[in-house]
Design a binder for this molecule. Structure first.
Ligand SMILES: *Cc1c(COP(=O)(O)O)cnc(C)c1O
Length: 339
């Protein structure tokens, strides 16, 4: 079975497990876990921020990040395909009282004009005030698209001029960094808070880090505990993330090459023409076939992909599949699409 449903499916390697087993740990609710401290500090520095907070999931890091900027009843703006809007089980509304309005894009790529049209800071007593804009990079449901740096820079400037804060959902910011060579801090410093995941392309079993000002991270630590997300000797998990930082960032280029090979094989073997993917996610329209049927037929032939729309499937390349396997998987999917 070639499993391309998600880059979260990877198994920790022997070397990563050894690093985890050897990690010095302490009680993180007392802020006494040295391995977590090292990870938080390292990630904050990489992204050009003061402090970090280790979290169990990217969803939790996003909820904590957005909540630093938006009071209950205020709004965060994002695009309609954003993970925070679609895939976090309504946490921002349900848990922290944040409301949301969205702009619509074709592939998740940010257009500053669309953001500007929605911005409503200080909307007075009649309308909801915008407190934050959230951007996703790379864009998951958009197909692993990399946000162009100039669009981010413009969006950041117009938000800052309007007194609106910025949160970056950087679950796959590592992929954007490797695909473009843009330093992580060049992305990071355009935002007030940034979340990054270690359990996606970086191949760690668990973990995300939120970064921002020392004050914001102190407040986020309180909210994390309130939500039941305080943890103890979680340095065992942070050690997997540190291992991933040292060994699994540059190799994301391999995942991007594997995604290209997959897309090329789909294009070569079917009437679907796919653009060369920018990173490790390939979104494939299924034409007249329902996505669920394509997923079932591909699985019967040893290839697992996931449904992301009624007639759209998604394949994600990762650490545990080779480029050759991905090319084979693309050829099989092409046959399924032609059937
Ligand atoms: C995976 C992902 C997250 C976080 O997901 P968790 O499963 O909560 O770790 C956040 N944003 C994006 C874009 C993602 O792909």
């Amino acid at each position: 079975m070639i499993d391309l449903r998600s880059d979260t499916l990877t198994q920790p390697s022997e070397a990563m497990r050894a690093a985890m087993a050897a990690a010095p740990v302490g009680d993180d609710v007392y802020a006494e876990d040295p391995t977590i401290g090292e990870l938080e500090q390292r990630v904050a520095e990489l992204l050009g921020h003061e402090a970090g907070l280790f979290c169990a999931t990217g969803s939790l890091a996003n909820v904590l990040g957005v909540a630093q900027h938006v009071r209950p009843g205020q709004e965060v703006l994002c695009d309609s395909g954003a993970h925070i809007a679609r895939a976090e089980m309504g946490a921002h509304g349900a848990l922290t009282g944040v409301t949301m309005r969205t702009w619509v894009t074709h592939d998740g790529r940010t257009e500053p004009e669309l953001v500007e049209e929605l911005l409503a800071p200080d909307a007075g007593p009649y309308l909801v005030s915008t407190a934050c804009v959230a951007i996703e990079n790379t864009h998951n449901f958009g197909g692993g698209t990399v946000q162009p740096l100039d669009a981010l820079t413009q969006t950041s400037a117009l938000c800052r001029d309007a007194g609106v804060r910025l949160h970056l959902d950087g679950a796959r910011l590592w992929n954007a960094h490797v695909a473009t060579g843009t330093p992580l801090a060049d992305y990071g410093t355009l935002f007030d808070t940034v979340s990054v995941c270690f359990s996606k392309g970086l191949g760690a079993p668990v973990g995300s880090v939120l970064v921002g000002s020392a004050e914001a991270m102190a407040n986020a630590r309180v909210l994390r505990k309130r939500l039941g997300g305080g943890w103890r000797q979680a340095g065992l998990l942070a050690a997997g993330c540190l291992y991933a930082l040292d060994h699994h960032v540059e190799r994301l280029a391999d995942d991007h090459a594997a995604a290209s090979a997959f897309a090329a094989a789909v294009t070569a073997g079917s009437s679907v023409t796919l653009a060369d993917p920018e990173t490790n996610i390939v979104v494939v329209p299924t034409g007249s076939l329902p996505a669920t049927e394509v997923v079932a037929r591909a699985a019967a032939r040893g290839v697992r992909v996931s449904t992301v729309g009624a007639r759209v499937v998604r394949a994600v390349t990762h650490l545990d599949v080779t480029t050759a396997q991905c090319a084979d998987a693309g050829a099989i999917l092409a046959e399924v699409l032609q059937a």
